[in-house]
Design a protein around this ligand. Structure first.
Ligand code: FE2
Ligand code: FE2
Length: 341
């Protein structure tokens, strides 16, 4: 198996590879964030996790899994590995292009973030090899399409994916520390310092966002916050609920985990975005439950034999899904005022 990855179907939930407006990125004015930039760069240079991702430690599973469980674990590894690798590619490319543009300061910072993501992807890749699966990551990067995003979208979406990544790793870690009998692979023992890398990357993106004050102001700031919080949460909910077996294998309730990740990420985002969703009540999550239910129904109706009745049913389900998306997207937001320094 060299050019494609098992368990990686091409759909909207598949991790993507990105690129952005390099020329604009090269104009980032770090002066407003000078002291923070220096502090972040020093922290990245200090490389606290230098010895954490031990290349020799065995990553073989500790216990046997049935076919379905093995599938759930491997699918989690493949998706995580591809998404870490996607971060590596973006940061590496930004570092290379920024160096060409003479922005050695920013280039260095992105190179250090690429270093971390390469370690993360490499570690997950080793866990996959222990499962007998080999993914040719460089070949995958050539084969998969690269999506172009404006710089503002990259800043908002990467900030969120780093912070959601942080919460995902730390919440799994906390759960497994409380229920060690469910930690069926040594990989999970590495999550705590690992999540600190993601947290630092998120802080770096927060700093970069602050170098572009216009991006967080007025209607534009409110709209970007809404779009990215909503789309990142939606992707998370559909992915976690669709691949719920992996979380059950860890003894977790997938929808409870999804909710906890969203609540924490939303709260953290108050430090970077001008507004965040109001997740105090149940409304957002009730819509999430309905979306997941209709999403499942759409998928199962696609497997039924083609007929006019199936077509009608599928159109009805899609219209319902669209209506729910719109309602969830329009949920109330609250200003983060106090939290933004
Ligand atoms: Fe990572
Ligand atoms: Fe990261």
């Amino acid at each position: 198996m060299t050019s494609t990855a098992p368990h990686l179907r091409e759909d909207l939930l598949t991790p993507r590879f990105y690129t952005t407006e390099i020329e604009k990125a090269a104009k980032t004015d770090l002066r407003v964030q000078g002291a923070v930039f220096e502090a972040m760069l020093n922290e990245m240079e200090a490389d606290y996790n230098r010895h954490h991702f031990d290349r020799k430690v065995p990553l073989d599973r500790l216990r046997g899994l049935n076919c379905e469980e093995k599938d759930a674990y491997e699918s989690y590894l493949v998706r995580s590995c591809v998404s870490e690798f996607s971060g590596f590619l973006l940061f590496k490319e930004l570092s290379r292009q920024l160096q060409k543009a003479g922005r050695l300061d920013l280039s260095r910072l992105f190179n250090l973030m690429a270093r971390d993501e390469a370690r993360h992807a490499g570690f997950l890749n080793r866990a996959l090899v222990a499962e007998g699966i080999e993914i040719d990551l460089p070949a995958l990067s050539v084969k998969r399409p690269v999506t172009w995003f404006p710089l503002s979208w990259v800043l908002y979406s990467v900030y969120l994916s780093e912070k959601i990544g942080y919460w995902r790793y730390i919440l799994i870690d906390r759960h497994l520390k409380a229920h060690p009998e469910n930690a069926f692979a040594p990989l999970f023992d590495f999550f705590e310092p690992w999540c600190q890398d993601e947290n630092r990357h998120g802080d770096i993106f927060n700093m970069l966002l602050r170098c572009w004050p216009g991006l967080r102001q007025g209607l534009r700031g409110r709209l970007l916050s809404r779009i990215f919080l909503w789309s990142v949460f939606l992707t998370h909910s559909l992915t976690v609920c669709e691949r719920g077996n992996f979380y059950k294998l860890l003894g977790m309730d997938p929808s409870g985990f999804d909710e906890e990740v969203m609540r924490n990420t939303n709260r953290t985002a108050r430090r970077a975005f001008p507004v965040v969703f109001d997740l105090e009540g149940r409304a957002y999550f009730e819509l999430r439950d309905q979306l997941v239910e209709v999403f499942r129904a759409i998928k199962s109706s696609a497997e039924e034999p083609a007929s006019p009745a199936r077509l009608l049913k599928s159109l009805g389900l899609k219209a319902r899904f669209a209506g729910l998306l719109l309602r969830q997207f329009s949920q109330p937001m609250v200003p983060s005022s106090g939290a933004i320094a």
